[in-house]
Design a protein around this ligand. Structure first.
Ligand code: 57M
Length: 361
């Protein structure tokens, strides 16, 4: 909004020229989202605590150390959503279709998560929305978003899958690209959701991934940098850097309150929406496969669940002491902050490997 209000006045007041630059507006988006989270955080947590009474239902079959978390409010994702949405709308070029599509995914998945959290809290049942209904809603939102992405992306990029390390390759998938895009968006959303089980565990890797994708969107959206690095140039995708900046700022603000011992959990309201947003951004920027590397921690957590459930169903035996993976290490006796910080280290290493794909091709 500021771009539309202030940039046209640049002739009268030179410094308004800055609003032309994505980098300047991204800096503004980071700071705005951070300040919004800090300002609304305490009141929001007090309000959630008052409304929720006993807070997030804690599973009796979980690690015993989690029972002391009773009374912690959830749905802190509302803080992230408000900060990201307000900051993005303030700093982005509102004529950019990609930003609206990513906002649609963020809000749509946020609503699905909100419904799930609401049911968990009002029915005091840790299961929440029936799994099938949740999945149908997620597929519905990402299907609309995927069709829109294909419609606004120029040929031959629209339905092409780019492969890391191979500069020229663009595999044309036709309508199957929509299936892939839905899979990536829903998969990323659920993977972040599964990871969100220890204080601070999910939000830092989300912040790292948002930072990496901010850079990727900036590079693929700039013809000079894209040509230099031999990336597929996606016109107007650079504007997503502003959204990623807002997500970094909001995540940092949320971490303040989610730091151990957490004052609030993000809930599905937060985990589904930020995961979905990262998935959609990877589709727009043609970096779907790279997301699996940068967000490799989320992939590892998800694979641990798949392996555990499959093994338990087929053989009656468990591969891990408990799934997802973070519970395995807790059960082995690692303290919660040890698991969290070591998982952050793994997320950072994977992000660096993911970023190296930009140059190694
Ligand atoms: C939700 N939710 C947390 C909080 C957060 C198929 C199955 C493996 C799925 C998996 C599952 O349901 N995972 C997704 C994970 C919950 O946190 C809430 O949920 C939101 C995210 N969706 O924002 O609102 C609990 O996590 C802890 N927490 C923190 N700090 C945070 O910042 O400590 C969360 C955020 C909170 C709190 O204790 O209550 C969760 O874990 O429930 N299921 C599981 O994770 C279960 N695994 C399981 O059953 N494994 C089986 C196999 C055979 C399927 C096995 O290994 O035996 C475990 N979940 C729990 N306890 N809590 C089982 C034990």
């Amino acid at each position: 909004m500021l771009y539309h209000l202030l940039f046209p006045l640049a002739a009268e007041f030179g410094p308004f020229n800055l609003f032309r630059y994505i980098t300047f507006r991204t800096g503004g988006a980071v700071l705005t989202a951070l300040v919004i989270s800090f300002v609304i955080g305490p009141a929001l947590i007090r309000w959630l605590k008052k409304k929720q009474g006993e807070g997030q239902p804690i599973r009796a079959d979980g690690p015993e150390t989690h029972l002391k978390k009773k009374g912690t409010p959830t749905m802190g994702g509302l803080m992230i959503l408000i900060a990201v949405i307000v900051s993005t709308l303030l700093w982005v070029d509102l004529s950019n279709a990609y930003t609206w599509i990513v906002l649609l995914v963020t809000v749509g998945f946020g609503l699905v998560g909100f419904g799930d959290d609401y049911l968990k809290l009002t029915k005091r049942n840790p299961k929440g929305l029936p799994g099938k209904l949740k999945l149908i809603a997620q597929v519905g939102v990402s299907l609309v978003a995927s069709v829109l992405i294909v419609m606004v992306t120029p040929e031959p990029l629209a339905q092409g899958l780019s492969i890391p390390f191979f500069k020229e390759v663009l595999v044309q998938l036709g309508w199957f690209f929509i299936v892939l895009s839905v899979f990536v968006t829903v998969g990323a959303s659920n993977a972040v959701n599964l990871t969100d089980g220890l204080d601070g565990l999910a939000i830092v890797p989300v912040m790292i991934a948002a930072g990496c994708f901010g850079l990727i969107a900036y590079l693929v959206g700039n013809s000079i940098f894209a040509n230099y690095l031999q990336l597929h140039y996606v016109p107007r995708a650079g504007e997503l850097t502003v959204f990623c900046g807002a997500l970094v700022g909001a995540s940092l603000g949320f971490l303040w309150f989610n730091a151990p011992p957490a004052m609030v959990f993000m809930g599905d309201t937060g985990s589904l929406s930020v995961g979905g947003a990262l998935g959609a951004i990877s589709v727009v920027t043609k970096h779907e496969i790279v997301l699996a590397i940068i967000g490799g921690l989320f992939v590892l957590e998800t694979v641990s669940v798949i392996v555990q459930v499959a093994s338990f169903k087929l053989t009656g035996k468990r591969v891990f002491r408990m799934a997802p993976l973070h519970h395995h290490f807790e059960k082995k006796g690692w303290a919660e902050p040890t698991v969290v910080i070591r998982f952050w280290i793994i997320a950072t290493i994977l992000a660096l490997i993911g970023l190296s794909t930009l140059k190694l091709r």
